[in-house]
Design a protein around this ligand. Sequence first.
Ligand SMILES: NC(=O)c1ccc[n+]([C@@H]2O[C@H](COP(=O)([O-])OP(=O)(O)OC[C@H]3O[C@@H](n4cnc5c(N)ncnc54)[C@H](OP(=O)(O)O)[C@@H]3O)[C@@H](O)[C@H]2O)c1
Length: 279
Amino acid sequence: MLPGEFKSVAVLGAGKIGLAFVKQLLQNSSLRVYATGRRSETLKSAEALGAVALRDNNLAVRESDLVVIAVKPFHFPQLLSEVKAENWEGKIVVSLMAGVKLETLRVALPGAQVFRAMPNLNTYVGSSSTAVAENGYDEASRGVEEFLKIFGKVYWVPEEYLDIWTGLAGSGPAFIAEIADAMALGAVAAGMPRELSYEAVLDVLEGTARLLRSKLYLHPGQLRDAVTTPAGTTIRGLMVLESGGVKAVLMRMVEEASKRSREIGEEINTKILEKVKQK
Ligand SMILES: NC(=O)c1ccc[n+]([C@@H]2O[C@H](COP(=O)([O-])OP(=O)(O)OC[C@H]3O[C@@H](n4cnc5c(N)ncnc54)[C@H](OP(=O)(O)O)[C@@H]3O)[C@@H](O)[C@H]2O)c1
């Protein structure tokens, strides 16, 4: 299917990331959006955004050109049992599930052109950093890229990077939120009100990302040195940071999160393939 030819999208699993997709699609595209869930609260939330909310995954898949799978990986076997195999035929399917490999998706979704993507919750404001695994499709890839750009930036990467991407950019908003919270609390400890402290941290985060992207400083270390006056305030703070081993902690944070994504993959792919055999 050529870019721009999609008419309808199904988001299977209107949870946190699923609803963020639904919201952006309804605000920034003319696509008809189906969203599924099992609980009435899930369906109500999707309906409130303007989606056609359905309990029936089979119907949602049948009615759509492009299908986004946004259930947890361990809920995928159940979802598979709900959709008739022939309904995947000819569909473009974008899986957001951590750890579920392309080769597993190809076996599980016969006749579909499958894509594996890893966005993050910044999708909600159209600022996702989404990685998509390279898979050799041509026309469909262009369409999927155009589709994913509705939610933010898109990077094609070898599939082997997706677990690392999950630990860095997928989990990233949670990590950055913790760091922002800690810095704001530091300002509260020093005597400034919470709300003002928090606003200042958010400004610093946004501004620093823009400054680093401007390439005025080629490396984060150069920016650090530019702010660090001898015997000044920044070097005092940096001494505390270094004495806490924070840099090593943050490096391990991303490495461990990536490892966990790989572990989930090891646990779930076999289970999914067993389920497909039973079908
Ligand atoms: N959250 C993130 O930041 C993020 C980022 C990138 C990728 N992902 C991936 O996206 C997926 C969803 O993550 P999430 O954080 O959005 O989880 P979540 O909030 O738990 O959402 C999953 C949704 O799936 C629905 N669901 C479960 N089984 C279903 C079924 N058989 N049919 C229809 N709906 C079903 C659940 O709704 P009911 O309770 O109503 O069934 C739930 O709302 C995961 O695979 C995750 O790896 C998440």
